[in-house]
Design a protein around this ligand. Sequence first.
Ligand SMILES: *Cc1c(COP(=O)(O)O)cnc(C)c1O
Length: 361
Amino acid sequence: MNLFPVTKTTNTRINNVNWDNLGFGVYFSDHMFMSDYVDGKWDDGAIVPYGAMQIEPALCTLHYGQTIFEGLKAFRSVRGGVNIFRPHKNAARLNYSADRLCIPRYDTATLIDAMKELVKIDSKWVPSKRTQSLYFRPFVFGSGNFLGVQVSSSYRLIIMTSPVASYYPDGMAPVKILVSSEYARAVRGGLGAAKTAANYASSLLGGKKAKEMGFAQVLWLDAVSRAFIDEVGAMNIVFVIDGELITPPLDNGTILNGVTRDTVITLAKDWGMKVSERLITVEEVFEAHNDGKLNEVFGTGTAAVISPVGLLSYRGNNITINDNQIGPIAQRLYDTITGIQHSEIEDIYGWNVHVDLFEES
Ligand SMILES: *Cc1c(COP(=O)(O)O)cnc(C)c1O
C-alpha cells in the first residue's frame, strides 16, 4: 500500500548518473513529491515523475519571492536501509520560515512520510559510497499568477531529491573566509532566520567578489554595528577560544537556526565542553588569535557537516587558524556526526529516522 498516489516514470534517468563525480545538486532522482494548496487547504499530495513544470509569466514568486526551502540528507546505514538525519527539525524549521513568509504551514508527519516514500521509490538513487548521500530539497512557493505585492492564495510544495557527493571527497580541508565589511546579509526584524530565497539573493554579490579574491565564502557581520559576527552564507560559525565553544545566539533573528549547529552544541555539551551561545565580535576573535587562544574555527551545515576555517580575512588583515590544519574538535565532531548518520556509532539521541528497504539487487 502506498501512502500517496504514485505515478511512476516510464523513462528513468539513472543511467546518466556519473556516480564517481556526483557533485552537489547536479543530478535529480526520478520522482518528486508534490502537493498544492488551494481554497484554503493542502491537497493529499502525490509522487510524480521529476520534470519540467509549466508556469505563467505572472507567477507571483518570480516577482515577489514568496518562497521557502529546506535541505537535509539520507544516508545508507551499515546495518541496511537508510537513515534520514533529524527530519523533524527541518520540518519544524520549514514551518517557522512559512510563518515568516505568510505561507500556510505543512503537516510535519506528512512531510516526513513523503520523504520516506521518496527514499523507497527512488532507493536506487541513494548512493552507496560512505562519503555520498541523498539530499532532500523540500520547498514551497506562492503559485498564484498576479502582479502587485500581496500574499498568494495558492501554493505548491515540492520535495525533490538529489544524490550528492561529500563536500570533501578527499577528506575535510580548511577553507579561506572573507569577513565582509561592505555588504550585509540580514538585519534585525528582517528575514535572516528564515530559509528563504531573498537571503541568498542578498548574499550573491558579496559571495561572487569574495570568490574572485580567492575566498571560499563570506562571513557576515550584523548589518548595523558591523562588529558582531552572524554566520556564513549557508553555514553557522563556531569559534573555539581557550577550549570554549562560542557561537552567535539565535535571539536577534538574523541567523539561521541550523540543525548541524544544534547537533554540534548537543554533542559538545555532552562531552563536557563549555559551550556559549553569545554575541562575539570580529575584534574578540582577532585578539584571541593574537593572544594565542584561538584554537579552532569551523562552519556547521548539512552540506559539509563541519567546515574548518584555515584563514580569516578582515579589512586586509589575515589570520591563519591552527596552522591551517583541521583541529581535534572539528575532527571529532565530523567523525561522530557522520558515524551516527551511517549507524556506525550508536544514535543515543534518536536523531535518525530509519527507512527499511527491500531492494532487488
Ligand atoms: C541551511 C543554512 C545553514 C545550515 O543549516 P543546517 O540545518 O545545519 O543545514 C546555516 N545558515 C544558513 C544561512 C543556511 O541557509
